[in-house]
Design a protein around this ligand. Structure first.
Ligand code: 6PG
Length: 471
C-alpha cells in the first residue's frame, strides 16, 4: 500500500498550532504535525480523531510524511524559537519547499530568516495570524508576505480556513519580504491604541459618571450595535459581566490595574519613530501600559498628591452618548495612524502593500475587526495613494460630526483629573493634521539660532541661515 503523504506540515502543536491544524482538517486538508514535546502529538490526535492527521516528535519522520514540494508551517512561541528550529529544519528540506512562520515574529527577524532560507533555495513566508485561540480554530485573519509565486500554492488552504466576511476570506497576499509580519505588527499597534481608548472611556463612565458594571456593560453592548460595532467593544461588554468565581462581585473589579505586554505594540511605535511617522495614540497606549506597571511610583505619587475625586455635574445620559461619539472619532484616528505607518513602510521597505486589501482582511477574524474597516477599505479602494485616511470624504464627514464630542470628552476628563492620554493624543493628531499652519516655524528659527541648522522660507526656494540675535 502506498504511504499517505500529507499536504501541510505544522511545527509547534501548542494551542495556536493545534487549532490551526484542526481548522485545516475540518476543511479536508491532510496535515502532519510535529512537536519535540512528545506529549503534544497525542493531544492533537485525540482532538482530531477521525480526521486526516498525523503527529510525531521525530523531525525526520515528520519531513518524510510531507508531499513534495513541501509546505511547512511554524507556530512556535516565543517567536525567537524560530531561530532554533530553522537550523534543524533547513538541512532536511529540499529546494522549492516552502516554510511559513505564522508566529508573532519581529519583521527584521523575518527578513533575516527569509535570506537564510533563500540561500538554501527554500521559500520563506512570514505570516501574521490574528484572532487568538478561537480564531485559529474557527477562522483567523491571516497576513502572509513573501515571494508572491509561493502564495498560490497555499492560497486554497489559507482561504478555506480564514474567517469570512460577506463570503470573502480574511486572507490575501499582502506583499514582499517581511510585509506579512509588518502588517501584523501594525495590527497589534492599532490593537493597543483601541484598547487604551476603550479603557479611558470605561474610566470616565465608571469613576466620572459612577456607572455600575451592569450599566457599563449595557452601554458597550448598545455601542456595539451601532457605529462602534467591533470585536473589542463586544468583548468589553462581556468582560464586565463576568462573576468572580473566587469571591463575590464581578471579576473585573479584582483584576490588578497593571497592564502587561509581549512587545508588538512597542515594536510598532519604535518603527514609526524610525520612519518618522507620527502614531501618537499607539505610542501613548504603550506608555500608559508602562505607567500602569509602575506600582511603587504610582503609590508614592498618589500618597504625595492625592488622586482625582471626579464628580460630573452635567446631563449624564446625553454625555454617555457623547463619550460613544468621542470613542468612535478616536478609533478612526487610531486606524488612520496605523494605516499611515503602513503607507510609509510600504515605500521604505518595498512591500508593495495594497491598503484596501489590508483593511479587507482585517474586517473579520482579527482582534481589531470592526464595521468601520469596510469604510476604510472603500476609502483606499477609491484612492490607493490617499495621503491620509482623514482626507477621504466619507471618513472626514464622520469625524467632523464627532470631533466636537471628542473635544468635549477630553475637556471633561482633564477637568475631572482622569488620565486620557489616548483620547488627548488622538484629538491632537486630528488638530495637528487639519490645522493648515503649525507653529513649527518657531522651532526651525530656534534651531537655526543656536545651531545654524538653516530653515526654508515660505516665499522663496532654497535654504537660509540668519543671525537671529541681530535685529
Ligand atoms: C492577535 C493578538 C495576539 C496577541 C497579542 C497580545 O492578533 O491575535 O494581537 O497576537 O494576543 O500579541 O499582545 P500583548 O501581550 O503585547 O498585549
Amino acid at each position: 500500500m502506498e504511504k499517505q503523504l500529507y499536504e501541510i506540515g505544522m511545527i509547534g502543536l501548542g494551542t495556536m498550532g493545534r487549532n490551526i491544524v484542526l481548522n485545516m482538517a475540518d476543511h479536508g486538508v491532510s496535515v502532519a504535525g510535529y512537536d519535540k514535546d512528545p506529549g503534544k502529538g497525542p493531544i492533537l490526535l485525540s482532538e482530531g480523531a477521525g480526521k486526516q492527521l498525523a503527529a510525531t516528535d521525530n523531525l525526520k519522520a515528520f519531513i518524510a510524511m510531507l508531499r513534495p514540494p513541501r509546505v511547512v508551517m511554524l507556530l512556535v512561541a516565543p517567536a525567537k524559537v524560530v531561530d532554533l528550529v530553522l537550523p534543524d529544519l533547513l538541512p532536511v528540506l529540499d529546494k522549492g519547499d516552502l516554510v511559513i512562520d505564522a508566529g508573532n515574529s519581529f519583521f527584521k527577524d523575518t527578513d533575516a530568516r527569509g535570506k537564510l532560507c533563500q540561500e538554501k533555495g527554500v521559500h520563506f513566508f512570514g505570516m501574521g495570524v490574528s484572532g487568538g485561540e478561537a480564531g485559529a480554530r474557527h477562522g483567523p485573519s491571516m497576513m502572509p508576505g513573501g515571494p508572491r509565486e509561493s502564495y498560490e500554492r497555499v492560497r486554497p488552504v489559507l482561504e478555506s480556513i480564514a474567517a469570512k466576511v460577506g463570503g470573502e476570506p480574511c486572507v490575501a497576499y499582502v506583499g514582499a519580504g517581511s510585509a506579512g509580519h509588518y502588517v501584523k505588527m501594525v495590527h497589534n499597534g492599532i490593537e493597543y491604541g483601541l484598547m487604551q481608548l476603550i479603557s479611558e472611556s470605561y474610566d470616565l463612565l465608571k469613576r466620572g459618571l459612577g456607572l455600575s458594571n451592569d450599566e457599563l456593560s449595557a452601554t458597550y453592548k448598545r455601542w456595539d450595535a451601532g457605529a462602534l460595532n467591533s470585536f473589542l467593544i463586544e468583548i468589553t461588554a462581556t468582560v464586565l459581566l463576568k462573576n468572580d468565581d473566587k469571591g463575590t462581585g464581578r471579576l473585573i473589579d479584582k483584576v490588578k490595574d497593571a497592564a502587561r505586554q509581549k512587545g508588538t505594540g512597542k515594536w510598532t511605535s519604535q518603527d514609526a519613530l524610525d520612519l518618522q511617522v507620527p502614531a501618537p495614540t499607539l505610542d501613548l497606549a504603550v506608555c500608559q501600559r508602562d505607567l500602569s506597571g509602575q506600582l511603587e511610583a504610582r503609590a508614592a505619587v498618589h500618597a504625595a498628591l492625592g488622586g482625582p475625586s471626579p464628580s460630573f455635574g452635567g446631563d449624564r445620559k446625553a454625555f454617555v452618548d457623547q463619550v460613544g461619539h468621542a470613542l468612535f472619532a478616536a478609533m478612526v484616528l487610531t486606524y488612520a495612524q496605523g494605516l499611515d505607518l503602513l503607507r510609509h513602510a510600504s515605500t521604505a521597505y518595498n512591500y508593495g502593500l495594497d491598503l484596501a486589501e489590508v483593511a479587507k482582511i482585517w474586517r473579520g477574524g482579527c482582534i481589531i475587526r470592526a464595521a468601520l474597516l469596510e469604510d476604510i477599505r472603500k476609502a483606499y479602494a477609491a484612492r490607493a495613494d490617499l495621503p491620509s485616511l482623514l482626507a477621504d470624504a466619507n471618513i472626514a464627514g464622520k469625524l467632523k460630526a464627532r470631533a466636537g464630542d471628542l473635544r468635549a470628552v477630553v475637556r471633561t476628563m482633564a477637568e475631572l483629573g482622569l488620565p486620557a492620554p489616548g483620547l488627548m493624543a488622538s484629538l491632537s493628531y486630528l488638530d495637528g493634521l487639519r490645522s493648515g499652519w503649525l507653529p513649527t516655524n518657531l522651532i526651525q528659527a530656534q534651531r537655526d539660532f543656536f545651531g545654524a541648522h538653516t530653515y526654508e522660507r515660505t516665499d522663496q526656494p532654497g535654504t537660509f541661515h540668519s543671525h537671529w540675535g541681530e535685529a
